[in-house]
Design a protein around this ligand. Structure first.
Ligand code: NDP
Length: 290
């Protein structure tokens, strides 16, 4: 029997934990605050930012949504970040990715006070993750994947885990989390230059796919009973739907699911976790900043 890991339900339980933490912080006189900065008019980014701000409102966090025109310069954006760094009502700062092409995202991330870097992308937080220092911020998507594994009762200790993808946002931090003390998986990280990816995946007890290629991972890449976490969010054309497209993951769900012991669906798997962990990180920042 395959267990379908319900990301919406797990995310809802994380958000309920957050609700209790918000009440505790408020009782001590701190209203946790998140600022989300959006440059330009990418429609998907507007949707993500909207739902982050709505979640803050629902949980009683203070939030600030700053929308800047697409022609904003890097210096202007960094000036906004610096103002937020100095604002005591703001504990978490997030600059929605991707910014317009003329902006160096790396430079903007480095301008964020690492104590407010709730995305966990600042080099100081990357180092803290590698050092297993719990005062750092763990990137939200891989942190969400770890929560899903825990919620599904998956034992990571000693497991062979294969992470497909080595981005700083998902693949690399995911690999660090899986190999960290306490998780104790044996981790292989695959990428576009890996040889014979199906053979690498067939070794895995746990596969985390974070590639951005629709339905790439097939059933014959899998060991019977493996656990699959599908991070991918890909739009594919589908004239039979109202919108003319649908979302699929990096895993060919219909053929892979019957072989798995547990799998995350797309949508409704990893996606809802990212925002829940963002709130969690903001509360951590509020506690640490006092
Ligand atoms: P990136 O494009 O930054 O990284 C993709 C990785 O996949 C790279 O390391 C790349 O290798 C590797 N790759 C590409 N093609 C292949 C291939 N044919 N075989 C093996 N590896 C390959 O993507 P992200 O990490 O940012 O995102 C990955 C997916 O996750 C996307 O679909 C994205 O939409 C989704 N996502 C979902 C989130 C959520 O909330 N659920 C949040 C963030 C991302 P190389 O390094 O060699 O180029």
């Amino acid at each position: 029997m395959t267990s379908v890991i319900d990301g919406k339900a797990v995310a809802a339980s994380v958000l309920e934990e957050c609700r209790a933490e918000v009440a505790e912080l408020k009782a001590k006189g701190t209203v946790p605050g998140l600022a989300v900065v959006l440059v330009g008019d990418d429609p998907a980014s507007h949707v993500y930012v909207g739902s982050k701000v709505r979640t803050c409102a629902d949980l009683g966090l203070h939030s600030e949504k700053i929308v800047l025109p697409a022609e904003t310069t890097q210096e202007e954006l960094i000036a906004v970040v610096q103002r937020l760094n100095a604002d005591p009502a703001i504990h978490g700062i997030l600059v929605q990715s991707p910014p317009p092409k003329h902006i160096d995202e790396e430079a903007v991330v480095r301008a964020i006070d690492p104590r407010k870097d709730v995305d966990g992308f600042h080099p100081e937080n990357v180092a803290k993750l590698a050092l297993e220092d719990p005062t750092g911020f763990v990137p939200c998507t891989p942190a969400g994947c770890m929560r899903l594994l825990a919620a599904a009762g998956v034992k990571t200790a000693g497991a062979e885990a294969v992470v497909i993808g080595r981005s700083m946002i998902v693949g690399k931090p995911m690999a660090l989390l899986l190999m960290a003390k306490g998780s104790d998986a044996t981790v292989t990280v695959a990428h576009s230059r890996s040889k014979d990816l199906p053979a690498i995946c067939r070794r895995a007890d746990i596969i985390v796919a974070a590639v951005g290629r629709p339905e790439m991972v097939k059933a014959d890449w899998m060991k019977e009973g493996a656990v699959v976490i599908d991070v991918g969010i890909n739009r594919i054309d589908d004239p039979s739907t109202k919108k003319g497209y649908r979302l699929v993951g990096d895993v060919a769900y219909d053929e892979v699911a019957p072989k798995c012991s547990a799998i995350t669906p797309v949508p409704g798997g990893v996606g809802p976790m990212t925002i829940a962990l963002l709130i969690k990180n903001t509360l951590q920042a509020a506690r640490q900043l006092g």
